[in-house]
Design a protein around this ligand. Structure first.
Ligand code: NOJ
Ligand code: CA
Length: 576
């Protein structure tokens, strides 16, 4: 009698094919004779594009970007090849920190548009197979939020415990934006805690009602079709303020897991956490068995220019690209088969990557090299608005023309109060690192106000280089930075190579070469080589591989075994 429960290898392969067919979420790879199963998620091959709504496109010409402006540019984004749009907070807000001070999570910020506009945006994205990722600020609210207004009224108000109140400021804590993190409130003769600006009181996550409220707000949007969440400073919830523990408090992971269970874990969405920490902490957050987050942003690279021995980001030091390379390798190896990386070099809190990681002297080549180096790694690419156009930092020469609460907070502390820096020294730091650098209006063409609106004064200065650097100039130019990003995205998604770029193993090579970042991405039947010269000098290398086909390059070179790489030369190639 045949043994019905015994299957031979060909039956097994057929069964796996069948499984593959009926359930696209399972793939098999063959390693030696061992079959290994991996879970495939719908978002694994997607590209995220970050939109700062206030600066993206001003449709109604009131000087502030808006949701209708985003809708008007969806075809531009679709053509570029991006899939998921991460919108920084678009909720009701007095805008002390440009939306990271939320006054009502269930209402749309009037300056950006209406609920109808957001619903239209969701519908228009759907038509183009695109998705929206929202930005949830769970650590704090605005002081204009009803919860805080109630909380402030009296010590026995039902909302009092939604926030952190104490009789005395503890541990002389400094706020991230300068000055004390404790604010005295006359009405009840107590102090409330704010990690960020005064208008951003911290929620008290010790109170279980806070988690329930935040879960409700998240579900409200997920039910409307939002497919992703970026969690603002999520490592700060679960703090133990009485012991001066701010980040990674003892209840952090339990809280995030509970939120997952009560909210987004019940939806098929993608999540990313802003979590300042190290590799071990990133693993805790993203190990799928912990059921917390899909990925976190690592800031070791992007914050490495902050000088810890002086005044941090306002006295920046030059970038050390070898450190950047080694850090990227560390995260690639550390998260490799376990969880997932978020790949980014810019966001709304940083300066432009050409200024920080590249070189204005080799403007075009370095912009492209940064993209090659970063976006063929394993993980989800995040492109920040304008990065694909090679937008650069802006030189604002009057402190009053800066908008950011952080700039003004530290200007007061470092220049006016403590006199640690001169006005000029502080401005110099701002030119390199101020967050306003990345928040200037997007440069769409060389017409009035860079085509961002029809002429009303923009809320923040437009970079005068818009006459040269703008989308219209680049879209039909095959050699532009925009076209390079478009080609890079298309290559990453090309069905011939996609599996290797998304799931292929990461292996670093020539690690000892200070200025060279060389790695391969490998599956059982394909190997792709990625090489970047990260400096402005020529570099000679001997390739330990035979090149079959160049897939993308920022110089039009063909390559053999011995190569002289030009400054910031970068390429990806199929190898034998
Ligand atoms: C991180 C956000 O990215 C930043 O813009 C904001 O100021 C702080 N969190 C506070 O919400
Ligand atoms: Ca507007």
């Amino acid at each position: 009698m045949p043994n019905l429960f015994k299957i031979d290898s060909s039956t097994f392969i057929n069964l796996t094919m069948l499984l593959l067919f009926i359930n696209k979420s399972i793939i098999f790879t063959r390693k030696g004779s061992v079959m290994k199963m991996k879970l495939q998620k719908w978002w694994h091959d997607k590209i995220v594009y970050q939109i700062y709504p206030k600066s993206f496109k001003d449709n109604n010409n009131d000087g502030i970007g808006d949701i209708k402006g985003i809708i008007s540019k969806l075809d531009y984004l679709r053509d570029l090849g991006v899939d998921i749009l991460w919108l920084t907070p678009y909720f009701k807000s007095p805008m002390e920190d440009n939306g990271y001070d939320v006054a009502d999570y269930l209402e749309v910020n009037e300056m950006f548009g209406s609920m109808e506009d957001i619903l239209e945006l969701l519908a228009e994205c759907k038509k183009r197979n695109m998705y929206i990722m929202m930005d949830i600020v769970a650590n704090h609210t605005s002081s204009e939020h009803t919860w805080f207004k109630e909380s402030k009224k009296s010590k026995n108000n039902p909302y009092r415990d939604y926030y952190i109140w104490r009789d005395e400021p503890l541990f002389d804590c400094q706020s991230t934006f300068g000055g004390s993190a404790w604010e005295y409130d006359e009405q009840t003769n107590q102090y409330y805690f704010h990690e960020f600006a005064k208008g951003q009181p911290d929620l008290n996550w010790e109170n279980p009602k806070v988690l329930d409220e935040i879960a409700k707000c998240i579900n409200f949007w997920l039910d409307k079709g939002v497919k992703g969440i970026r969690f603002d400073v999520i490592h700060l919830i679960g703090k133990e303020i009485d012991q001066n523990i701010h980040a990674y408090g003892p209840t952090l992971h339990q809280k995030v897991h509970e939120l997952y269970k009560k909210s987004y874990g019940n939806y098929d969405i993608v999540t990313v956490g802003e979590a300042w920490g190290d590799l071990a902490k990133a693993i805790d957050f993203t190990d799928p068995k912990n059921e917390e987050l899909d990925m976190v942003f690592q800031f070791e690279c992007t914050s490495s220019t902050n000088d810890p021995l002086r005044l941090g980001k306002f006295t920046p030091r030059p970038i050390d690209m070898e450190f950047v390379k080694n850090t990227l390798i560390k995260y690639q190896n550390g998260l490799n088969d376990r969880s997932w990386n978020a790949l980014f070099v810019e966001n709304h809190d940083l300066g432009r990557c050409i200024n920080r990681f590249g070189s204005l002297e080799f403007y075009d080549k370095s912009a492209k090299a940064i993209a090659v180096m970063n976006y063929f790694l394993k993980g989800t690419p995040y492109i920040y608005q304008g990065q694909e156009l090679g937008m650069t930092n802006i030189k604002i020469t009057d402190i009053n023309d800066y908008d950011d609460v952080e700039v003004h907070g530290f200007y007061k502390e470092y220049v006016l109060d403590k006199k640690l820096l001169t006005y000029e020294e502080f401005l110099d730091g701002c030119h390199k690192e101020a967050r306003d650098n990345n928040r200037t209006p997007i440069q769409w063409n060389n017409q009035i106000n860079a085509g961002w609106n029809d002429g009303a004064k923009p809320w923040l200065k437009i970079n005068p280089n818009y006459t040269e650097i703008n989308a219209e100039n680049q879209i039909n130019n095959q050699n532009s930075i925009y076209s390079f990003y478009k080609d890079l995205i298309a290559l990453r998604k090309n069905s011939l190579y996609c599996n290797t770029f998304v799931y292929g193993k990461f292996i670093a090579h020539l690690i000892e070469r200070k200025n060279i970042f060389m790695y391969t991405r490998e599956t059982d039947n394909q190997k792709i080589l990625v090489v970047t010269n990260m400096c402005g000098e020529r570099e000679n290398i001997s390739l330990p591989f035979e090149i079959e086909k160049v897939l993308l390059s920022n110089y039009n070179h063909s390559y053999n075994e011995n190569i002289t790489l030009e400054p910031y030369e970068a390429f990806a190639a199929l190898i034998k």
